[in-house]
Design a binder for this molecule. Structure first.
Ligand code: ADP
Length: 450
């Protein structure tokens, strides 16, 4: 039985988790850095513990401080949210060493899926297609040249430990290959402490479509359909929807089966996401598994009616799933816009500062997952996500109109946000027709600030 949970995160996801715990009658403990003392998650939790200075490596990433906070406050479980320690297998292991339940899959699964080369190898053995590329890590330029020749340019050099849209570079021809290989290696070593790289064919104009899976510790697994996350800037998602305008019944069933196969092969439990690239011929290629709750989880919740965070808490408490695949019947359409403190008119530079006026959107079918309030100062130390605006409607066209209305209502003054950018995406006729792909913004949206 879990009755007290430490939330090892900040921002909107910490608030989201606290809300789920409260509805389940669980007591919550927030952790915070010195600069976050006035943050909403601190105010909302039953208890709060300061775990260090503002830089994340001195607070939210400090494993011993987080675990000490959990022990000292008598928590039985830790929810890591996303980012920070969420995909750190060592942290998950340390939790269990100290008798604290880590809310997520096993350290083994996290470790396996955190190494993209190992994940590719395992998945290709299950018969699920991976993007054509190297079988394992690349050891020298000669091998890289041979593989690139075989799969044909353009190719991507990717870091085994990459994540968050970082640690990959495009190579157009053999002349660029050697130099780029070294650049990715050096960058990956510096950013992730692991310089191993591999090669993948660059899929032209793909969609990013991912499948949400949910499993318990008794071997039950279901998938909750897809999310289309093709609207990205520099490989980072900005707007997501469920279902995907591109996915029909046949493709949904096929992708669902592939995702379950991958999840099964990794001994998956808790909530997870199997990510695919899908080309225009509906060929699907596995790219990675995210072993945590995702930023974009609300769109799945809106169409399936399943509360993913509550499900994670129940699963961590040893409960059985309680739903089978037949019980999953997505209804209607949901869209999420990530509202970041960034200036879309100036190449999305971060725009920290004080929120002078905040008046969130409301009305039918609108959900706001955020943590800001009038007078809140956005610190410069963490990622720039201020919150998410999520809408539900019976179909895609009504969902777009509703999001347009909600974005217009959503007032955030004092700092620049990505709201104007989202309005331009929604107004775009290609977007309205569902013609989206991962380079949509570069091709279809003018972000020069004019
Ligand atoms: P991360 O872990 O950094 O999120 P992913 O492997 O999930 O990295 O890829 C993020 C995004 O990068 C994808 O959604 C897609 O837009 C792009 N991408 C990744 N691999 C490829 C590929 N082989 N071809 C084309 N685009 C790719």
């Amino acid at each position: 039985m879990i009755s007290k949970v430490l939330v090892a995160n900040r921002g909107e996801i910490a608030v989201r988790i606290i809300r789920a715990c409260k509805e389940l009658g669980m007591t919550t403990v927030a952790v915070y850095s010195k600069v976050d003392a006035n943050s909403l998650h601190v105010r909302m939790a039953d208890q709060a513990v300061c775990i260090g200075e503002a830089p994340a490596n001195q607070s939210y990433l400090n494993i011993s401080n987080v675990i000490s906070a959990a022990i000292n406050t008598g928590c039985q479980a830790v929810h890591p949210g996303y980012g920070f320690l969420a995909e750190n297998a060592y942290f998950a292991e340390m939790c269990s060493t100290h008798g604290i339940k880590f809310i997520g899959p096993s350290p083994y699964t996290i470790k396996l899926m955190g190494d993209k080369i190992a994940a590719r190898e395992l998945v290709s053995k299950t018969g699920v297609p991976v993007v054509p590329g190297s079988e394992g890590k690349i050891s020298d330029v000669k091998e890289a040249l041979r593989i690139a020749e075989e799969i044909q340019y353009p190719v991507l050099i990717k870091a085994a430990a990459g994540g968050g849209g970082k640690g990959m570079r495009l190579v157009h021809n053999r002349k660029e290959l050697g130099k780029t290989l070294e650049v990715v290696r050096t960058e990956a070593q510096a950013a992730f402490g692991d310089g191993e790289v591999y090669i993948e064919k660059y899929i032209e104009e793909p969609r990013h479509i991912e499948i949400q899976v949910l499993g318990d510790e008794h071997g039950n697994l279901v998938h909750l359909g897809e999310r289309d996350c093709s609207i990205q800037r520099r490989n980072q998602k900005l707007l997501e929807e469920s279902p995907s305008p591109f996915v029909d019944e046949e493709l949904r069933a096929r992708m669902g089966q592939m995702a379950l196969k991958v999840a099964e092969a990794t001994g998956y439990y808790s909530a997870g996401t199997v990510e695919f690239l899908v080309d225009r011929y509906k060929n699907c290629y596995f790219i990675e598994v995210n072993t945590r709750i995702q930023v974009e989880h609300p769109v799945t919740e809106m169409v399936t009616g399943v509360d993913l965070v509550k499900a994670q808490l129940a699963i961590a408490g040893g409960e059985k799933l309680g739903i089978s695949q037949d019980d999953v019947n997505p209804r209607g359409w949901a869209i999420e816009c990530r509202i970041n403190a960034e200036d879309p008119g100036q190449d999305f530079i971060p725009s920290p500062g004080t929120v002078l006026n905040y008046l969130p959107a409301g009305g039918p079918g609108v959900r706001v997952d955020s943590f800001i309030y009038t007078g809140y100062t956005v610190p410069p130390y963490y990622d720039s996500l201020l919150g998410k605006l999520i809408v539900w409607a019976p179909d895609r066209s009504q969902a777009i109109d509703r999001m347009d209305r909600a974005l217009n209502e959503h007032v955030i003054e004092g700092i620049k946000t990505t709201i104007p950018f989202h309005q331009r995406v929604l107004d775009n006729s290609f977007f309205r027709r569902g013609e989206v792909y991962t380079n949509f913004i570069a091709r279809r949206i003018d972000t020069s600030g004019k």
